[in-house]
Design a protein around this ligand. Structure first.
Ligand code: PLP
Length: 212
C-alpha cells in the first residue's frame, strides 16, 4: 500500500482536521498513517474499533465513530470514543446518556443528498430534535455531519454542503445552542467541503493506493 498523506495534508493546510476512515486499514497500516501525521481516526464498526484500540493503545489517537451506530452495540464503545459523527435518533442519545461518564461530542447527522440510502435526519426535523436532546446532559452537540451525493457535479455537492452551513447559522440564531463544527467532505469532495467551512474531513481512499 502506498500512502499519500503528505500530499493531502498539504492541500488542507490546517484548515480542517483530517479523520482517517479506518475501514480501509489494518492496525499496522494505521500505525504508518500515524507516523505520517494523522492522529484522528474514524471507524464504522464497533467490533473493529475495539480491536484497533487495543492494537494501537501505545499511540496518542483521538477516536471517532463515523458510521451508523446501532443502539444495542453502543454500550461497548461509547465511553471509549471522543467524537460521534452519526447521531440521528433519540433512542441512541438515550443510550449514550446512560453510558457516558462525561459529555460526548456529537455531530447530528443530516440527510443533505435526498437519497433514501443515506442516513440522517431531514433538515426540517433538526430543531425539534435538538430540543429533545436538551434532556441529555451527556450529549454535547458540536455541529452537523452530512454526506453529499457521489457525483462529479461539484456545484451540486457545494449546494448540498451549503445546506449545513445555513442550518448551522440558523440554529445559532434561533436556539440557545452554539454549534461550531461541520463534518463534511470525503475523498471525492473534500476540497469543496473546505470552501463550505468544513472543520472535520472524513477521508479514506484519497490517502492511499493499493500496490499491484
Ligand atoms: C468510508 C467513509 C468515509 C471516507 O470515504 P472515502 O470516500 O474513501 O474518503 C467517510 N465517512 C464515512 C461515514 C465512511 O464510512
Amino acid at each position: 500500500m502506498k500512502f499519500y498523506v503528505k500530499e493531502v495534508l498539504d492541500k488542507i493546510a490546517d484548515k480542517a482536521i483530517v479523520v482517517a476512515a479506518t475501514k480501509y486499514f489494518t492496525s499496522s497500516e494505521m500505525r504508518t498513517l500515524y507516523g505520517e501525521g494523522i492522529s484522528n481516526f474514524g471507524e464504522n464498526r464497533v467490533e473493529s474499533i475495539l480491536q484497533k484500540m487495543e492494537d494501537l493503545q501505545d499511540l496518542d489517537i483521538t477516536w471517532h465513530l463515523i458510521g451508523t451506530l446501532q443502539t444495542k452495540k453502543a454500550k461497548k464503545v461509547i465511553d471509549k470514543i471522543s467524537y460521534l459523527h452519526s447521531l440521528d435518533t433519540i433512542k441512541l442519545a438515550h443510550e449514550i446518556n446512560n453510558r457516558r461518564t462525561s459529555p460526548l461530542k456529537c455531530f447530528v447527522q443530516v440527510n443533505i443528498s435526498n437519497e433514501e440510502s443515506k442516513h440522517g435526519l431531514e433538515v426540517d426535523d433538526i430543531i425539534p430534535f435538538l430540543e429533545e436532546l436538551k434532556q441529555f446532559p451527556m450529549i454535547n452537540v458540536i455541529g452537523f455531519m452530512g454526506m453529499a451525493s457521489y457525483t462529479v457535479d461539484m456545484e451540486e455537492i457545494g449546494s448540498q454542503f451549503q445546506k449545513l452551513q445555513d442550518l448551522k447559522s440558523y440554529v445559532n440564531k434561533v436556539t440557545d445552542y452554539k454549534v461550531s463544527d461541520l463534518s463534511i467532505g470525503m475523498s471525492n469532495d473534500y476540497l469543496v467541503a473546505l470552501e463550505h467551512d468544513s472543520t472535520f474531513l472524513r477521508l479514506g481512499s484519497v490517502l492511499f493506493k493499493k500496490e499491484v
